[in-house]
Design a protein around this ligand. Sequence first.
Ligand code: BGC
Length: 733
Amino acid sequence: MKLTQDQKNFVEDLLSRMTLEEKIGQMNQESPSIVGGFDVPFSELIEMLTDGRISQEEFGRIMANAKQDFHEDDIRAGRVGSQMVKDPRQNNALQKIAVEESRLGIPLIIGFDVIHGFRSVFPIAIGEACSFDDALFEETAHMAAAESRAHGINWNFAPMIDAARDSRWGRVSEGPGEDPLLGSRFARAKIRGLQNDQSSPLSYVAACTKHYVAYGACESGRDYNTTSMSVSNLYNVYLPAFRAAMNEGAATVMAAFNDLNGVPCTVNRWLLRDVLKKDFGLEGFVVSDANAIRECVIHGIAEDDRDAGVQAALAGMDMDMGTHIYKDHLAAEVEKGTVPMAVIDEAVRRILSVKVWLGLFENPYVPEALIEAYEKGLPEEHIALCRKAAEESMVLLKNEGGLLPLSRGQKISLVGKLADDANEVCGAWAMAWKPEDCVSIRMGLEAAGADVRYFPCGGPEGEIDFEEADRACREGDVIVAVVGETDAMSGEASSKAEISLPGGQRALLERLLASGKPVVTVLMNGRPLALGWEAEHLPAILEAWHLGIRMGDAVAAALLGDVNPSGKLSSSFPAVTGQCPVYYNHPSTGRPGSKSKFTSRYLDSPWDALYPFGHGLSYTGFAYDGLCVEETADALEICVKLKNTGDREGTEVAQLYLQDVAASLVRPVKELKNYSRVTLAAGEEREIRFTLPKQDMGFYDNEGQYRLEDGLFRIYVGGSSRDCLMKEVRIAF
Ligand code: BGC
């Protein structure tokens, strides 16, 4: 995000003409409030629905009588800087009030959770990251930006780039997985896709990288829980994606709910002012997460709302999401001198700068013709990209005896409620999909011409119909069982203490296996699951995540071999839940897990991942050979021969890892340093080259200083974090 001198002058001029109330108004974000139809606050109503005090039908009746309050009067009075609305005509109406009826005519910045696509829903991020395809990350973000803008949304609360290693945390679904390098490349590509195409006023949005920071390290995987870690761990694992996003020019950042080493991120001056704004150079602004300023009172860090608001403003929190604390308290605090006017001016300057950069002063509205065009349906190229992204995001975990792909001649019994639920394909944080765009796995198989019969049998919730399962076994040559999680089982506030297959699904699989018919398992889920039993007993497992609106087409294409799976895991899968957190780039211990007793292991379970980061099979095979490492003045030049050993074309993700053998701080057993997607024809061999800049071979210490330390390094190249060729090299920097 760069402003011209004229734009900067425009911001300064505007700022000089604003009253204190108008300035604080810019720091206030509203979302529509539900009013009427019931006498309790809306949040209480949602709780009543969740805990069963009212039924879905009653809730529906109440909502039908309720109205939304968009805070028009406050917008008119200049007391609102931002709104969260997805309807384009409503957005136009609100912008009209802001632009034409408020004293200074400052447009609203309109934010929304467009996490993995708007109406064109792409795979959930943990899935899309499995493609290791930076160009795809960028393309899907670019399309999401265009669709958002066509609906009056100019600020996407994405990308979510929290490194996450504990799959009990429901929000692992929203981000790019466990690795800081993959997370950083994902972050950069997403920022480019959202922000960089400024060819038209409606082709870009402001990104909002979140949640800053270490939210993914919440203790025991329980959402909103405390986090505690060393400075070096913070800098090496959790900050890199944010640093990368800032280097790419991300316009805004959302602070995380959690405390970090005792200070909630919302009021963490060091994190916001020193690291993010000063060191990383954020040019835009920081917004709190929903209600997070008020939650500082409950955290026990502020006595009351006023205190929380003062602490947040002083810490560098520029915009308050949803509490009105800034609106209600900041003016008095400025008058008292507790909050200097310079703090307010800085926040408002940042917010106005993003609005100017977005072109909102010239183009605040969505043209009616564009709204109507989207009402007619999704353009073909949007549907095609949804399908491509879905195809690249699947990971073939296991394929014993080449059971997959299936042939069109085989009679398929398709089993599992998830297999025909088009409402489940989009996953968590998809807020604008339309049922008519969604393709279930059953629909996909039928459209692809498979000989398929469908038996719901049961799903993640409710009873299993075992008789129906027996019928499915009798009638098919092969069973395709679709099992996993509903979309509500991952995402925010969806942590789980047990992450094996939920409900009776394992019993269903046992019953299917007992028939002796081959059972192909398709997983549809929002987090790595604990699959120890499944990996041992099932011959073929395809990890398909929640792949978005074209899920059914993509899964059918993979099952039938029209598409050759190429995804690699962006997160390690445990065998049992008790292994969490399990991740490949673990710090070396003095007693690495092994068969002997006094090592870092469990008595009752494996110590390492069942399916590690980077794992993923193909319908063809790949062999690596001839690893060579050459040192130049400022880099290592690494080459390896990669051969497609099978009889069909396939795409492999070649991965480069580094281990610093001895350093002043314990380093990970391996760290991803680069990757490359390579498509090879049957039998083709190609030399793959990586350049590893020496500058990238260091690490951050506990003062947050980057260190390059001479010594021995191991270079690994291979098709997963576990399966690599290795060469040692001694480096003096
Ligand atoms: C979530 C954010 C989201 C915000 C606005 C919060 O509850 O943590 O990720 O952007 O709500 O909807």
